[in-house]
Ligand binder design. Structure first.
Ligand SMILES: [Zn+2]
Length: 260
């Protein structure tokens, strides 16, 4: 998965017992603003990764929410592990009352038959899944691409984070002077990329841009002590960054089970 084998080797040898295997989380984030119920990213749904993945809706129910209560789904990008959960394998809407919002450039790219035609064979399933996931929402006029830096509702703002996909988008939630950034796929393999932000993944469509973005963003977030929600950070996927030499250390928010 990681793009630069020579840089990678010393890191995996130091951190992993099995150098061919990195465990990763796939996490969505539900935010109740008091006025709106907002879900950021939706996991893989029933499409792949089972039985370890695809549990977002059942976990939502265990937390006391029903999918039809979700008002807005914000997608960081249209890769299958983020958009896959919005539709059922039969093509129905999982979130029947929600508007789906995403970067316009991602919508234009992943839903385009012309772009798909020029993409390599191994990328085709990404295009197909994005198109199929969008379909029932397009039919109901609930597929609504964002303008850059749009304020979606009060205190919730889109923030383009360039490199991973053409319209990759972060979302900032601000309340009482504090900000949480849901950063999408800035980091896929925390044990590698926090120490070496210059190591990318093959899924970054613009690799050099993704590296530049990661280097700048990590520095900013560590400096400001911004709370980060990262889909592929270790569960519960919430934490802060602290600068450590030329890299960073992840300070996780301790997981609390507050379910009744
Ligand atoms: Zn991802």
């Amino acid at each position: 998965m990681l793009a630069d084998a020579a840089k990678l080797q010393p890191l995996v040898e130091r951190h992993l017992t099995d150098v061919n295997h990195i465990d990763d989380a796939v996490t969505g984030f539900l935010v109740n603003t008091g006025k709106k119920l907002i879900l950021v990213d939706t996991g893989t749904g029933g499409f792949w990764g089972g039985p370890a993945l695809g549990k977002l809706v059942s976990n939502l129910r265990k937390a006391g929410y029903r999918p039809e209560q979700v008002d807005i789904v914000l997608l960081t990008h249209l890769h299958a592990d983020h958009v896959g959960g919005i539709a059922t394998p039969k093509g129905a809407r999982t979130f029947s009352n929600a508007e789906i919002r995403m970067g316009k450039a991602d919508s234009d790219f992943w839903l385009s038959l012309d772009v798909a035609k020029q993409a390599p064979k191994e990328a085709q399933e990404f295009f197909t899944l994005a198109r199929n996931s969008a379909k029932p929402y397009l039919a109901n006029k609930k597929w609504l691409p964002l303008t850059e830096n749009e304020e979606i509702v009060e205190g919730v703002r889109a923030r383009p984070i360039m490199g991973h996909t053409p319209g990759h988008m972060g979302y900032e939630f601000t309340s009482k002077g504090q900000t949480m950034l849901v950063w999408g796929d800035v980091v896929h393999a925390a044990i590698v990329q926090l120490e070496r932000p210059d190591i990318g993944v093959i899924f970054d469509i613009d690799g050099p841009m993704a590296i530049k973005t990661r280097e700048q963003l990590l520095a900013e977030l560590a400096e400001k002590r911004t709370l980060i929600a990262g889909a592929h950070m270790p569960f519960p996927s919430l934490g802060w960054l602290r600068k450590d030499g030329s890299g960073y250390v992840w300070i996780p928010v301790p997981y609390k089970d507050s379910l009744q």
